[in-house]
Structure formats: C-alpha cells, structure tokens
Design a protein around this ligand. Structure first.
Ligand code: FAD
Length: 552
C-alpha cells in the first residue's frame, strides 16, 4: 500500500533508511518527475523535500504549460520544438491539471512583434511544436482583436496573433506527478532536509544525513546515486559537496498580481508588451485575473522571495498602459506571489534573455545536479536525468534498468480517458456529485481539480458529511482537507491553502472564512500542542498578509 498520508511519516522515514538505488533531493517538479521516471524503470527510489512539496519555485510560476513562443525571438529553435511537443504529452497524461487556453498577442506600432513577424513566428511555432490542426494560430485585424478583448488599448493597435497555450496549477501538477511516483513505489516525504552528504572511502557520495523538520530528528539515507534537484538551491548543495565549479546559477525573481474579475474583467488571455519592452501575461482564471511576471536579478533569501513596492508598481503600470480604461491601483490587488527562477548563468545577458534550457552536472564525487529548465519540460528532463543515472550505474556496477516509459503514463488523477475522454468523464462525475447533494459548480470544480481522484473525494464527502455537520465545517472543505492529509502529505494549513487548493492565490476570501475550521481540524488530527497550533496559525496569517501585500 502506497504511503501518501501525513500520519505515516514514521513509516516512510523507516522505509527511506533501506538502501536505495536513487535518492532525489528536492520535491519540486524536477525532483517529482525524476522520481517517477526512476521508479517506473524499476529503481528503488526515495525523495526528500525540506519544505512542502512544490513550496519552492514549482508553486510560484506563471502556471502555463507552454511552448515558449518567446524563445523564438532568441532563436532557441530546439528548445521551442522540444518544449512544444512535451506540452502535448503533459496535457494528454493529466488533462485535469492542464487546460487549453487561447492566447492573444496584440501588436502595436513599435512593439516587440509586428504582424509579419507574429504571423511567421506563430507559423514556425505551430510547425516546431507539432500543434494540432484545430489549435493552429490565427491572425486578427484590430477590430476582431478588440471584439475578443474590449479592454485592450486601441490606439495604434495593428492587429493580433491568436494561438493556444495551456493553463495549469503548477503545485497540483507537481503533487500529481509525485503521487503517481509514490503509487508505483517511491518513498517520498516532505519536511525532511538533506543537511550533509555521506561519502564512501573513495570519496564518492553514498547518501545524506537527513533531518526531519517536524521531529527535528536526524537519520541517514544511503543510496547508490544521489540527484540534486533542488532548483534555486542547486548551487548551495554543490557548494556543500565542494563541486560548485564551471557554470553556476543566476537567480531571477518573478512576481504575479491577482485581481477580482469585478475590477479587471478580462475575457481573453493576453500576452503583451510592457512599456519597457518586456512581455507579460494577463490571464483570466475563474472569477479572477492574474498578471505577470517581472524578471529581476535576485540575491536575497531563496526560501522566501517577496513582492516589493517596485514589483507591484511595475506591474500596475504595465496593466494600466495596456488596459487604460481600468485605472487599477494598489487597493484593487486581491492576492500575489513571488518566485525565484533557477537559471544557468550566461555572462553579459539580461535576466529575460538567459536561456531556460536545463543542464545536468556530475561532480567528481558523483553528485548529479539538474538545473534550469521549465515546468513544461519536466518529463523529458526527468528522462534525461535518469538516463544519466542508468548509464553511470551500468558503467560502475553493471546494473541494468529499462528505458524511460513515462510518455504515455497518466499522472495521478489522469485516468480520465485522455484529453478526449475528459469531457465525458467530467459530465459523469458532475452527475455523481450532484447526486450526493452538491451544487453543479462545486462538483465541476472538484473534478477539474482532482481528475479521476474525485471519486475518492466524493467517497470522503459521503462518509464525513455527518461529522462535518457536527463540527460545523463545510463538507467539501472537510473532504478535501482529509484527502490532502491522507492522500497528499499535507501537514500544515499553508500546505492546504497554498499547494493543495490554490485558494491563497485564487480564492483568498476562503482562507479568511475557512482558516479556523481547517486549523482546528489539523490540530486535532496531528495532536498539536497549543504552541504548535499557534505556530502554524501564525505562519498562515503571515503568508496571508504577504499575499495581500499588507507588509509593504
Ligand atoms: P523547485 O520547485 O524550487 O524545487 C526544488 C525543491 O528543493 C524546493 O522545494 C526546495 O525546498 C527543495 N530543497 C532545497 N534544498 C533542499 C535540501 N537540502 N533538502 C531537501 N529539499 C531541498 N515554467 C513553465 O513551464 N511555465 C511557466 O509558466 C513558468 N513560469 C515561471 C514564472 C516564474 C516567476 C518563475 C520563477 C518560474 C517559472 N517557470 C515556468 C519555471 C518553473 O517554475 C521552474 O523551472 C520549475 O518550477 C523549477 O522546479 P524545480 O523542481 O527545479 O525547483
């Protein structure tokens, strides 16, 4: 029986102490993808994450599974082709966490893209990325562009390109990949930090000392190979290993702002020029619109990037420039987040110009580090990383493993009959939810959020409905909270509100109304002391204030 439950921490820690073939450090999308690929090939794999899964960059992106049209400008043809093709695979294997979204790219006199370059660029993009016929680009005259999005700046508008991207929930994508990996046999645990490397008598890495961040107890994990998939922390780990040489990371920060549709009623996703000639996205999502991102050099605390006044004002200025009828101010901001990109340094280049390509470094001690890359390309990156491990293990120890086989492997929640079957599955499950007494909209949201795992949610909903009434907690909140704890490793209220439901960003009102119930339930479930309860409550409220930009 796979262990996804936060009540099984002790058991998972015990399992991690049996010698592994591969230990993955880092539970972002890179580490989750690697562990899935490795376990699927038959490797005895463990994964540790020092915070919550996806709490690093993998919950702080623009939340697009995209082909990287922007990189065409930098002539990164290979990258565009690969990422574009991967996009289709990610969609097929998890249609519940990836939704097609038509994007409009307006062009103006003097802008980054003109009608000719846009037309050509999108045509090349369709070709390179192998875009499906029904999703190929269109070109609009100004009138049609304004029909699609009346909020758009009309002055000097010369037309628009129209093409498909995919929206995702980055944290949920990471967790679904990880859950699949655990289902197949990976031992994974959050709130466990690699504090030290262990070396054998030849100076080769053979494991780590790990510290459970909950109990503060340390233990050793032994593994034939160790992968450093720590995103922005990759260089810190390389430094600990004494192998931070050659190429290093350059961290840049990106910020997003969220608005209610009441004040920013955007109908159509737009990819547009900022006054300083960068490009950013404005994307409708439910009853919100979010905008980002900035791209600035970052040298502060990696675990805790925050939005500054300059970031906030920069985005507000860009929004009001492109959507002049809005006149948005700081008072209209509903929520926000900031993330750090782990890019591979390139001398003399501006942050926006640095390649997003991934790379693998192998140190003399045998530490394998994977850096750079994108959410979108996670599966291919994982394949490359595990290919490397397989080659080394074969070379060093004559051990053989299979080829990667994740291309047609649905992630957790993805058993919905592929992208084609998802609509039918959705309708069937909405009917089940309605049959249980849920509003159609709630049932629909649950199917979209949990895919085929919604069946477990519905089951929990039925079983705990009476308890919810007795405890005066909303039954859907209780079902999703129990699911988060028992099936998705959630351990703190922040895990639930940020990375299991995304409500901190896209439904922040719910954090206000549900927080007491959620904290009380978790305190009981995990038998927190009053100090522990106060600590987690405080952590949640600090994050809430930060998202609301109350601290700047
Ligand atoms: P992370 O998600 O940061 O994971 C690394 C993990 O390692 C962290 O969770 C950390 O806690 C853990 N860790 C560190 N040290 C230790 C230790 N000692 N022990 C245990 N664990 C440790 N990509 C896209 O495809 N589409 C987009 O729209 C997009 N937009 C972006 C927008 C922004 C603003 C940013 C910043 C990035 C964006 N990206 C996008 C890129 C994408 O988000 C990242 O490439 C990806 O999330 C990196 O994942 P990762 O797993 O390598 O790093």
């Amino acid at each position: 029986m796979a262990n996804y439950s936060s009540h099984k921490r002790a058991q998972i820690i015990q399992n991690l102490q049996q010698e592994l073939d591969l230990l993955v450090i880092g539970g972002g999308i890179t580490g989750a993808g690697i562990s899935l690929d490795a376990t699927k090939r038959g490797m005895n794999t463990g994964l540790i994450e020092m915070q919550d899964f996806a709490a690093g960059t993998s919950s702080r992106s623009t939340k697009l599974v995209h082909g990287g049209l922007r990189y065409l400008k930098q002539f990164e043809i290979g990258l565009v082709a690969e990422v574009g093709k991967e996009r289709a695979i990610v969609y097929e294997n998890g249609p519940h966490v990836t939704t097609p979204e038509w994007m409009m790219l307006p062009f103006y006199k003097g802008g980054t893209f003109g009608p000719l370059s846009t037309n050509l660029g999108l045509r090349v993009y369709d070709f390179l990325a192998g875009v499906k016929k029904q999703e190929r680009r269109e070109m609009f005259q100004p009138k049609k562009a304004l029909q699609k999005e009346p909020l758009l700046q009309s002055e000097a508008l010369k037309g628009a390109g129209y093409y498909v991207e995919y929206k995702t929930d980055d944290a949920r994508l990471t967790i679904e990949v990880l859950k699949k990996s655990v289902e197949l046999g990976t031992d994974a645990l959050n709130y466990v930090k690699a504090t030290e490397f262990l070396y054998d008598e030849h100076g080769r890495i053979c494991g780590v000392v790990a510290e459970d961040q909950v109990s503060k107890q340390s233990f050793e994990i032994r593994a034939k190979k160790v992968i450093n998939a720590t995103g922005p922390w990759v260089d810190e780990m390389r430094e600990q290993d004494g192998s931070k040489q050659g190429k290093t990371l350059q961290l840049t920060k990106g910020v997003h702002l969220v608005f209610s549709q009441d004040v920013f009623p955007l109908h159509q996703a737009i990819y547009f020029d900022t006054p300083d000639k960068r490009m950013i996205f404005a994307i409708p999502r439910g009853d919100k619109t979010y905008v980002g991102t900035t791209d600035t050099t970052y040298e502060s605390d990696i675990s805790h990037p925050t939005v500054t006044r300059e970031d906030r004002d920069y985005l507000l200025h860009a929004i009001n420039d492109m959507f002049p009828s809005l006149s948005l101010t700081i008072h209209h901001i509903d929520s926000s987040w900031a993330g750090v990109r782990p890019l591979i340094s390139e001398e003399g280049k501006d942050p926006s110009e640095i390649s997003r390509k991934d790379e693998i470094f192998v140190s003399n001690s045998g530490l394998i580090s994977m850096a750079g890359g994108k959410l979108t390309g996670y599966r291919k990156m994982a394949e490359e990383a595990v290919d490397k491990v397989v080659a080394i293990l074969q070379d060093e120890a004559g051990i053989l493993f299979e080829k990667s086989s994740t291309m047609h492997l649905p992630i957790s929640g993805g058993n919905v009959g592929g992208s084609k079957g998802f609509m039918t599955y959705q309708e069937e499950q909405i009917a089940v939810g309605e049959g249980l007494g849920m509003a159609r909209q709630d049932a629909e949201q649950l199917v979209q959020q949990y895919g085929s795992n919604v069946e477990v949610i519905f089951d929990l909903y039925s079983k705990h409905k009476q308890e919810a009434e007795k405890e005066n907690i909303e039954p859907i909140v209780l079902a999703t909270l129990i699911y988060a704890i028992e099936y998705e490793f959630a351990y703190t209220p922040l895990d639930y509100f940020v990375r299991r439901t995304g409500e901190m960003f896209f439904d922040i009102g719910k954090v206000e109304t549900q927080k007491d119930d959620v904290i009380a339930y978790m305190a009981k479930a995990f038998e927190w002391t009053s100090e522990e309860k106060a600590h987690y409550e405080n952590e949640l409220m600090e994050a809430y204030k930060e998202a609301k930009l109350m601290n700047i």
